[in-house]
Design a protein around this ligand. Structure first.
Ligand SMILES: Cc1cc2nc3c(=O)[nH]c(=O)nc-3n(C[C@H](O)[C@H](O)[C@H](O)COP(=O)(O)OP(=O)(O)OC[C@H]3O[C@@H](n4cnc5c(N)ncnc54)[C@H](O)[C@@H]3O)c2cc1C
Length: 533
């Protein structure tokens, strides 16, 4: 079977077109994380002929490694940044309406201890404002007894109670894929495993890019009206070709994934870490319990996948032990880990990493628009800022009013999927939009069954392999699905079934499978499991 993608660009066909010197591109977007995907979609909706180029897999940078919270940002409000909080909360509420099943509300309990600041009174005021800005009223106080009932085994020493409020949880990599799906359906082109090696300039102005095909090592030159650098933590690299200023401060954050059975929780819990008083979250995600995150300068090479350090692992286990001392969780209980690098816009005063602001910045240097920083939640607003910054070279199209929805309505209902579990149908529509129907219809009964205790099924693996530009096994196990992060040993028990799907959908023979499996297991063992001793 040929590798023909219905939702994404056929890589080989696109490469041929690029080699033939197809010009007429209005915009090249560098980087296939949430920001690049958002820019592609807003560009395509405005009739801007745009190409997005990602050096590795879509979402393989920071956008698959976040804490998965599409949140208003309690920290912004506590820093007095009302506008940013308000914008984030409005986007959050709209996302909840438009993509239920991909972005869902989650309860958060912020534990309060005796003598801790902020205490109940200040916290209640902050949350009243937080809810008011969002147009909801969900926050309330839970006393110690009810917290102990809600979270069995929680450390009651010094515990006063908890403030409850709601935010949301998502699958960040699927969020990127869903935005890319909307973008490609609006006429945008997105391709993975192609890298922008350098910028093309005419009389000092940026007029295009040099793209390297990662697999063939061939190069093409593409001329375009506008280049958008949406490379997140890598943003200084491309920008430094036109402006030597260094603005990105890469900050690493890591997470542990634990079996839900070992630490069962239905809502997120937050505590101030006993060592440095930073807030740490313990939250349910995809049938597991996740602990995160850390926040420290990342001085390693950005081209190496980030990995949790021994110190970070101990720090996170300490947080769990402080809250659940009786559970005696240790490194042997860990299913997997992940680390990501925040593209934070550094301040001049080299402050404590956790005190750096988290908003985005847009710069236009001789025609190169660089956009970096920010959050998942406000990706659409950030994308609009980038399009506005490109207006000087794009002309009228950049200022065209467009459809204001964040996501296009999928046009199907849960009933049309013909599956009994309506929650699951909702999840599939949230993730795959209108394609959820075909995903289910094209699968066998056996492939529709849930995989172990997860909400994933093999039908999704088949769909992704067939339609979502899967190039390597890690694309499938770590980003199209999260099976590699939530199942024991990187999902080893599934390998025979996945091998069969990859043979049928991607033409992988035994030799290719062997190589892909070795590559995936090496990545998983060294980057998604325990740190080196
Ligand atoms: C630990 C952690 C927790 C977080 N938690 C949250 C959270 O809960 N909620 C929230 O809203 N935000 C959170 N964030 C922040 C959020 O994840 C990031 O701000 C966001 O994902 C950044 O997206 P991006 O598109 O700018 O960058 P990325 O996702 O990194 O995308 C940039 C892409 O550019 C590609 N690239 C680089 N150079 C080139 C080149 N030359 N050619 C082609 N491609 C190139 C990279 O491979 C990469 O895929 C968190 C971040 C971290 C690290």
């Amino acid at each position: 079977m040929s590798v023909q993608s219905t939702t994404f660009t056929d890589r080989q066909a696109l490469w041929k077109t690029l080699q033939q010197g197809d010009s007429g591109w209005d915009m090249v977007i560098v980087g296939g994380g949430i920001i690049g995907a958002g820019v592609l979609r807003e560009a395509a909706r405005r009739g801007i002929k745009a190409l997005l180029v990602e050096q590795q897999d879509f979402a393989s940078g920071t956008s698959s490694r976040s804490s998965k919270m599409v949140h208003g940002g309690l920290r912004y409000i506590s820093h007095g940044d009302i506008k940013l909080t308000k914008d984030s909360l409005r986007e959050r509420e709209r996302l909840l309406q438009e993509v239920p099943g991909l972005i869902d509300r989650m309860g958060y309990f912020f534990t309060l201890k005796k003598g801790q600041f902020p205490g109940r009174f200040v916290f209640s005021m902050l949350l009243a404002l937080y809810d008011w800005l969002a147009g909801i009223k969900n926050h309330r106080y839970f006393n110690k007894d009810s917290i102990q009932q809600q979270f069995s085994g929680i450390n009651s020493h010094g515990l006063k109670g908890a403030m409850y409020y709601t935010d949301t949880v998502t699958d960040d990599a699927r969020l990127v894929l869903r935005v890319l799906q909307d973008a490609t359906e609006a006429g945008g082109v997105a391709v993975n495993y192609m890298k922008v090696e350098s910028l093309l300039k005419t009389e000092g102005r940026v007029t295009g890019v040099v793209i390297k095909n990662i697999h063939s090592a061939e190069h093409v030159e593409i001329q375009c009206k506008s280049v958008v650098n949406a490379t997140g933590a890598w943003a200084d690299r491309l920008r430094n070709e036109v402006n030597s200023e260094k603005r990105i401060r890469p900050l690493r954050g890591s997470h542990l994934v634990l079996p839900m059975a070992k630490l069962p929780i239905d809502d997120a819990l937050t505590l101030f870490h006993p060592v440095d008083k930073r807030p740490v979250f313990i939250f349910p995600w995809e049938g597991t319990t996740v602990v995160g995150t850390t926040d420290l300068d990342h001085s390693e090479d950005l081209d190496e996948e980030p990995v949790i350090s021994k110190q970070e692992l101990e720090y996170l286990l300490e947080a769990v032990a402080a809250l659940f001392p009786q559970h005696s969780l240790s490194r042997d209980d860990i299913i997997s880990t992940w680390s990501g690098v925040r593209p934070v816009i550094g301040s001049d005063d080299a402050r404590d990493p956790s005190k750096e602001r988290r908003d985005h910045a847009v710069w236009n240097d001789n025609g190169l628009v660089t956009v970096s920083g920010g959050k998942l939640t406000t990706f659409r607003l950030i994308a609009l800022d980038a399009i506005a910054a490109a207006a000087e070279t794009l002309g009228k199209k950049a200022v065209l009013e467009s459809d204001d929805s964040i996501f296009k309505a999928p046009g199907i209902t849960t009933n049309e999927l013909n599956i009994e579990d309506k929650q699951w149908a909702r999840r599939l529509i949230g993730r795959y939009g209108k394609h959820a129907k075909a995903l289910i219809a094209e699968a066998s009964d056996a492939e529709r069954l849930p995989i172990e205790n997860t909400a994933f099924c093999l039908a999704e693996c088949r769909w992704a392999a067939r339609n979502e530009s899967v190039v390597h096994l890690d694309d499938l196990m770590l980003r199209r699905t999260r099976l590699g992060s939530i199942l024991k040993s990187g999902g080893e028990s599934l390998f025979p079934a996945i091998e069969k799907i990859c043979a049928q959908e991607l033409d992988w023979n035994a030799e290719v499978w062997k190589n892909e499996l070795a590559r995936y297991q090496e990545i998983w063992r060294t980057r998604y499991y325990l740190p080196r001793a």
